[in-house]
Ligand binder design. Structure first.
Ligand code: NAI
Ligand code: MG
Length: 365
């Protein structure tokens, strides 16, 4: 049977950018014989409007069954005063939690035509294509004890960095699997010099590495890693790190390459029966209420999120590559949505013009 995909466009610009992904999906089916069983459903504010909850149980059940979920964005001013329990982002949080998505993938990819956009020197970022895997469900953001306590005559704020072997093992496996689908190079980052959890992290990652003899594994202290990421990011391919370091390093790496409208992401869980990991793909950006409904949104982040799905859920790395090349080609032609404008005299294209141009490049490739 065909691979299955659940599309959750969400709110604001979510449906606008998702419409452009649908063009790509249609094209893959028509022209390359790559058919998906696509179903579409509600998440976020639009789900609240219809069901009174930001994610219906039926939608949750569907998400658990499909090979991949692709989400647009949720939220908007209309929902800002809702009770916490039904806020749009609760829908997204429920998906992440119940699918147990413990590995967050944030690529930093630089398209040649946008190399001037970076705050770094052009030769440092041109052609950059690296992936940060951040552990997402444990570590210092969740460890107990936590709280603000009285201690003597003052208060003390406490968080606990805590990782079990199995938590490290599973995220390490996700990272090694990715490395196998990429350039077989993995760098693990922690602070084994000053942290017990870092010592255990290094030990477990090294042990998991024995199951992946084809992957070249290295270790780096996370602070040195931050330096190396800005000095010469192309030395890396896949980086795996914990929740806290990953939060910082993935934001840093993402901005090596520029605009929010360009950034895809994925969150992966354990392998399902068919061997595919549970997976949710989504652009990093939100619902952008300031530009929603105006045809100004950049669909590339969402299109590249789908490219990640092709590569990491559907074993279609070659189609992912083609799609990324098509994005690169339209940018090289000078097409820009409003968020990418910098140069004088360039007229922005609309969301749908950008999508059409990308499909036209696919057609020509
Ligand atoms: P945002 O990412 O929606 O927008 C930040 C700025 O970037 C805005 O000026 C927006 O116009 C621009 N922008 C974002 N995506 C763009 C795109 N594809 N093309 C062109 N410009 C783009 O973040 P903001 O404004 O903080 O939040 C707006 C709403 O989105 C809130 O309700 C927030 O809760 C929600 N949100 C949802 C997320 C999600 O669904 N994963 C993530 C972040 C925020
Ligand atoms: Mg962050």
């Amino acid at each position: 049977s065909n691979p299955s995909l659940l599309i959750l466009p969400g709110d604001g610009i979510g449906p606008e950018v998702m419409a452009e992904v649908s063009k790509v999906i249609q094209w893959l089916g028509d022209k390359r014989g790559m058919k998906f069983d696509v179903s579409e459903d509600l998440v976020g504010g639009c789900a609240y409007d219809k069901h009174g909850v930001p994610l219906h149980d039926d939608t949750m059940a569907k998400a658990q069954e499909v090979d991949a979920v692709l989400l647009g964005a949720v939220g908007g001013p209309k929902y800002d005063n809702l009770d916490f329990s039904v806020k749009p982002e609760r829908g997204l949080l429920r998906l992440r939690k119940e699918m147990d998505l413990f590995a967050n993938l944030r690529p930093a990819q630089c398209f040649d035509a946008l190399a001037d956009f970076s705050s770094l020197k052009k030769d440092v970022v041109a052609g950059l294509d690296i992936m940060i895997v951040r552990e997402l469900t444990s570590g210092v953001y969740f460890g107990e004890p936590r709280g603000i306590f009285e201690e003597g005559n003052e208060r003390v704020g406490i968080n606990t960095q805590r990782y079990t072997e199995s938590e490290i093992d599973r995220v390490a496996r996700s990272a090694f699997e990715l490395a196998m689908k990429r350039n077989r190079k993995l760098c693990s980052m922690e602070k084994a010099n000053v942290m017990e959890s870092g010592i255990l992290w290094r030990e477990v990652v090294t042990e998991v590495g024995k199951d992946y003899p084809d992957v070249e594994l290295s270790h780096m202290y996370a602070d040195a890693g931050a330096m190396q990421l800005t000095r010469w990011p192309k030395q890396f391919d896949v980086i795996v790190t914990d929740n806290l370091f990953g939060d910082l390093l993935s934001d840093l790496a993402a901005m090596l390459t520029g605009s929010l409208g360009m950034l895809p992401s994925a969150s992966l869980g354990s392998p399902m029966e068919n061997g595919r990991p549970k997976a949710l793909y989504e652009p990093v950006h939100g619902s952008a209420p300031d530009i929603a409904g105006q045809g100004k949104a950049n669909p590339i982040a969402c299109i590249l999120s789908f490219a990640m799905a092709l590569r990491y859920s559907f074993d279609a790395g070659n189609e992912a590559e083609r799609l990324e090349q098509a994005v690169n080609a339209v940018l090289a032609d000078g097409l820009r949505t409003a968020d990418l404008l910098g140069e004088e005299g360039v007229q922005p294209v609309s969301t749908s013009e950008m999508g059409d141009a990308i499909v036209a490049k696919l057609e020509a490739s």
